[in-house]
Ligand binder design. Structure first.
Ligand code: AR6
Length: 184
């Protein structure tokens, strides 16, 4: 599924983020940039040790929740990995929504500054960090849609959803956003 926002595409696909043919992929990291399971584990294992060597050297203090940093991509076919830290879900009243929004905005800004024409996101925070999939879908997609409307870049932003449940939740949210975006 895909919608058009000005000259940009916002697309959903089901699969593995390490296998995408894009300029940059986004990693759902932790604030120590220490690696872990899920997307983070898959990216470091497919990309090789050079990614963490670089983030250790360039970002010794890690990355705060809601912020993002960029590195090269080791053995992956993309040019960059953008590492962002989504919030841990804690019931929804501890700023989770703003922090998730800011993780997406800061990742998009780094991609924009590095002239990435295409970018792939996972469903940040919806695994180990426990953010409810439906709420994450709505918030994440709306944040990206607003950025594309404002900046008219990157030309392609893909969400790579790992399973059918995530794909279904994001499809439903994207249909609602398409209805709003038609008036932009
Ligand atoms: N490609 C795309 N999506 C994936 C992949 C993949 N290869 N693998 C898992 N997902 P998570 P978080 C989905 O836990 O919730 C790590 O240990 C997964 O089904 O990777 O932000 C970090 O080091 C889920 O929907 O990230 C942090 O400590 C989504 O990606 C912590 O987990 C995000 O799940 C971050 O937790």
């Amino acid at each position: 599924m895909r919608i058009q926002i000005n000259d940009c595409s916002l697309q959903l696909t089901q699969g593995d983020i390490t296998q995408q043919n894009v300029d940059a992929i986004v990693n759902a990291a932790n604030s120590q940039l220490a690696g872990g399971g899920g997307v983070d584990g898959a990216i470091h294992s497919a990309g090789g040790a050079s990614i963490m060597e670089e983030t250790d050297r360039r970002y010794p203090d890690g990355c705060e929740t809601g912020q993002a940093v960029i590195s090269s991509a080791g053995n992956l076919s993309c040019k960059y990995v953008i590492h962002t830290v989504g919030p841990v879900w804690n019931g929804g009243l501890r700023g989770e929504s703003d922090l998730l929004r800011s993780a997406f905005q800061n990742s998009l800004t780094l991609a924009f500054e590095h002239h990435c024409d295409s970018l792939a996101f996972p469903a940040i925070s919806t695994g180990v960090y426990g953010y409810p999939m439906d709420l994450a879908a709505q918030n994440s997609l709306m944040t990206v849609a607003e950025f594309l409307r404002e900046h008219e870049a990157p030309s392609l932003v893909k969400f790579v959803l790992f399973d059918a449940g995530a794909y279904g939740a994001f499809s439903y949210a994207l249909e609602n956003i398409a209805a709003v975006a038609i008036n932009w």
